[in-house]
Design a protein around this ligand. Structure first.
Ligand SMILES: Nc1ncnc2c1ncn2[C@@H]1O[C@H](COP(=O)(O)OP(=O)(O)OP(=O)(O)O)[C@@H](O)[C@H]1O
Ligand SMILES: [Mg+2]
Length: 357
C-alpha cells in the first residue's frame, strides 16, 4: 500500500520539477487502516508552494482505492541550521502554517509525570510574570482533555477566538497574555471522546495556525502540557514544537518517580530539560507565618542527584495561590508582596536566564 502511495505522490511535481517523494518533500509517511498520514516538508523559500501541494496530495490520495482518509501536516525546513548529521539527533520540523512564522522565539513546555501537581498554575503565573517584564507571551493549553486556561484566565469556556479573513484564529487575551485552549473551541464533553490523531491535529492547529503576536510571533510561548507521557507530549516533542521544558513535581516521593518518567521521555526526543520546579513545597500557614512540610521535603533535591537535573525553585502551598488560580486572578497579578508571588518571580528570572530571553 505504501509503495502505491509513494508512486502516487511522486506523480505530483515539486516546485523544482521532481516527484514529491524524490524531491524529499514527503516525510513520516504511515498508513493505518486506510488512513494516510504524512508530513509535507518544503524548503523555507518554498513555503508558498505548500498549500496548493497539500490540496493536490489530498486529492490524489483520496482518489486511491483503499484510502479512507488523510492527515497532512505542512512544515518548512529551518534555513538557519544544517540538517542534523548524527542519527542521535532527532529531525527538527516545524508544524506551522506555511504563511506564519514559528509561534515564538522560544517555546517552553511545562510538563509533569502525574496530574494535579500544579502545572497549569505554574505555567500561567510564569507567563504573567514574563509579560510583566514586557515580553510578548502566550499560553497554549495543550491539555485537550482537561483544559485549565479558560478558568485560570477568568475568561470562561464561553469565550471564543475571533478569526481573521483567512480564517486563522486570533488568540484571546487576559493578564497581558495571548491565550489559546481547546476549551475555547469545543464543549468539554465533546473533546473527551476525541481519538489520538484528532487531538494531535487540533493541537497542531492551535500551535501553528494561530496568529500569535498578530501574525509575527511572540517572544515566548508556554505550552501547558497534559499530565503524563502520552502521545501528545511525544508528538509535540518529536515535531520539535518545544524548545525546552520544565518539569513540575510535588514533594511526595511518588510524584518524583513520575516526574522522572516525564524527563526521560522528553530527553529521548531531544527536548532540552531546564530543570524541576517543586510545587506545594510545604504549607505556608497564614496564621503563624511558618512553613509546614506536610508532604515531606527534598524530592527535587533527590531528582537532581538521581538524574543530574537542575532544581529551579520551589513554590509554597498557599491558599492565595489556589484562590487566585481558581478565580481567574493569578497570584503574580496581585502584586509581588503576595505569598507565592516572589517565588514565581524568582523562577521566571531563572528561566529567562536559561533560555536567554
Ligand atoms: N502552590 C500552590 N498552592 C496552592 N494551591 C495550588 C498550588 N499550585 C496549584 N494549586 C492548586 O492545585 C490544583 C491543581 O493545580 P493545577 O490545575 O495547576 O495542576 P495541574 O498539574 O495542571 O493539573 P492537571 O494534571 O489536572 O492538568 C488547583 O486547584 C490549583 O489552584
Ligand atoms: Mg493542568
Amino acid at each position: 500500500m505504501l509503495d502505491q502511495v509513494r508512486d502516487t505522490l511522486n506523480r505530483i511535481k515539486s516546485p523544482e520539477g521532481q516527484g514529491l517523494v524524490d524531491a524529499g518533500y514527503v516525510q513520516g509517511l504511515t498508513e493505518d487502516k486506510g488512513l494516510i498520514r504524512l508530513v509535507l516538508e518544503a524548503p523555507a523559500d518554498r513555503a508558498n508552494a505548500l498549500p496548493p501541494l497539500k490540496s493536490a496530495v489530498e486529492q490524489a490520495l483520496q482518489a486511491m482505492d483503499g484510502v479512507s482518509g488523510t492527515q497532512i501536516i505542512t512544515t518548512t525546513q529551518t534555513t538557519t541550521k544544517p540538517a542534523p548529521q548524527s542519527s542521535a539527533a532527532p529531525e527538527r520540523r516545524q508544524p506551522t502554517d506555511a504563511n506564519l512564522p514559528r509561534p515564538a522565539r522560544h517555546v517552553l513546555g511545562v510538563a509533569s509525570g502525574k496530574g494535579g501537581v500544579g502545572k497549569s498554575t505554574t505555567a500561567y503565573n510564569l507567563a504573567v510574570a514574563m509579560a510583566q517584564d514586557g515580553l510578548r507571551v502566550g499560553i497554549l493549553d495543550a491539555d485537550i482533555y482537561g483544559p485549565s486556561v479558560p478558568v485560570l484566565s477568568g475568561l470562561g469556556a464561553e469565550a471564543k477566538p475571533d478569526l481573521d479573513d483567512q480564517k486563522r484564529m486570533i488568540p484571546l487575551k487576559a493578564h497581558g497574555l495571548e491565550l489559546m485552549s481547546i476549551g475555547f473551541l469545543v464543549p468539554q464533553d465533546s473533546a473527551t471522546v476525541w481519538r489520538g490523531p484528532m487531538v494531535q491535529n487540533a493541537l497542531f492547529q492551535l500551535y501553528g495556525s494561530t496568529l500569535w503576536g498578530g501574525g509575527s510571533g511572540l517572544d515566548v510561548l508556554i505550552v501547558d502540557l497534559p499530565p503524563g507521557t502520552g502521545d501528545i507530549q511525544l508528538s509535540l516533542a518529536q515535531q520539535s514544537a518545544l524548545d525546552s521544558a520544565i518539569i513540575v513535581t510535588t514533594p511526595q516521593d511518588l510524584s518524583m518517580i513520575d516526574a522522572l518518567k516525564g524527563v526521560s521521555m522528553l530527553e529521548k526526543v531531544g527536548t532540552r530539560i531546564l530543570g524541576v520546579v517543586e510545587n506545594m513545597s510545604g504549607f505556608l500557614c497564614s496564621n503563624c507565618g511558618t512553613i509546614h512540610n506536610i508532604f515531606g521535603q527534598g524530592a527535587a533535591e533527590k531528582l537532581k542527584i538521581a538524574k543530574n537535573i537542575e532544581f529551579l525553585g520551589e513554590i509554597p502551598l498557599t491558599l492565595e495561590v489556589r484562590e487566585g488560580a481558581d478565580s481567574g486572578n493569578p497570584i503574580v497579578q496581585q502584586g509581588g508582596e503576595k505569598e507565592g508571588s516572589a517565588q514565581y518571580l524568582q523562577l521566571k528570572d531563572i528561566i529567562r536566564q536559561k533560555i536567554s530571553i
